[in-house]
Design a protein around this ligand. Structure first.
Ligand code: SER
Length: 315
């Protein structure tokens, strides 16, 4: 850690932001991590918090100057399912929000950016198994189109303006501390809450809809890991594939049954199934492993035990 790191997390009240802020504050100190979201949040009780609309470039600039921000984690975005309902707004938020932050680094007002990409950059023509870093990418969702374009712009700003931007293509993220919102992989969090509360869950994806997933502690480790890596080790400036493990709704239900034997699952597919069908089933993260040492710790069974143990403690 550099002495003067001042971090702004935009979109801090979301599923990833909630946990990322807590972890960044352990590493960098509470006062050095400014949480921000488009509306007031309970997070304001835990440390510095600002209301920021990332589309308001001037408002963003003023906060960045006021706190002498050096790094921005830009998490504000519409996820896959919500973006299908408002594709143009998704494009506006996901792209222009990114430009506003990239331009702060281009102008040398900030030093470093983290921006999440997603497995949604891949599409129906991408090979589905052990999907490589470099392969066919023809996303068919509004979210995927915005993330793929964002990746191209990140690389462009790095090459052209020497902007230190770093990015990971997250799979579905699973955690017990915060709720997901608007994604296709959200079922993998809801299933735990329903299993513990009602002993049953109706899944909006089909039983064999296998997708790449990751437990939140690994996602946090990867995120802080790539941000702290030496710049010359971050060789890919679009976004790195990142993988934990893959499972289908049927397989996670079986795993949950080991802890809650009476748990039952039923299936009622909705439009999110189509999104899931367009994404890879498993991901290769060979480049992340080779370049900056990525290695996940959790598998399906470890994640399931930990989720259930922690959610039981919360109830
Ligand atoms: N978890 C995200 C979604 O389902 C994928 O990036 O939209």
């Amino acid at each position: 850690m550099q002495k003067n790191d001042k971090i702004l997390v935009i979109g801090s009240s979301g599923q990833l932001g909630t946990e990322l802020v807590q972890n960044l504050r352990i590493v960098y100190g509470t006062e050095n991590v400014i949480a921000s979201d488009v509306k007031m949040s309970e997070q304001a009780k835990e440390g510095p918090f600002e209301i920021i609309d990332v589309l308001n470039a001037q408002g963003l600039f003023e906060i960045v100057k006021r706190y002498n921000i050096t790094q921005i984690y830009l998490l504000a975005a519409l996820l896959s399912a919500t973006a299908e309902k408002m594709p143009k707004f998704a494009w506006d938020l996901n792209m222009n929000g990114l430009f506003n932050v990239l331009d702060l680094a281009k102008e040398k007002i900030i030093e470093k950016i983290y921006w999440p990409s997603s497995i949604a950059v891949f599409g129906p023509n991408t090979p589905k198994h052990n999907t490589s870093q470099f392969t066919i990418m023809e996303p068919s969702t509004a979210y995927g189109i915005s993330k793929q374009s964002g990746e191209r712009w990140c690389e462009y700003y790095f090459n052209k303006y020497n902007v230190d931007v770093r990015s990971l293509r997250y799979p579905g993220l699973i955690g017990w501390k915060s709720a997901p919102g608007g994604g296709t992989t959200d079922y993998a969090v809801h299933i735990f809450h329903e299993a513990l509360k009602n002993g049953t869950y109706e899944c909006f994806l089909s039983e064999n809809a296998t997708l790449p997933m990751m437990y939140m502690p690994d996602a946090i480790k990867g995120t802080i890991g790539i941000m702290q890596a030496d710049p010359d080790k971050v060789k890919i400036r679009s976004s790195y594939n990142l993988a934990g493990f893959s499972f289908s709704p049927k397989e996670i239900a079986e795993e949950i049954k080991k802890h809650i034997p009476k748990f039952t699952i039923s299936y009622k597919e909705d439009s999110r199934q189509q999104i899931a069908d367009s994404w890879p089933k498993s991901i290769s993260c060979a480049e992340a492993a080779a370049d900056w040492g990525w290695k996940p710790e959790f598998d399906l069974s470890g994640m399931t035990s930990d989720m259930i143990e922690n959610l039981r403690k919360c109830n």
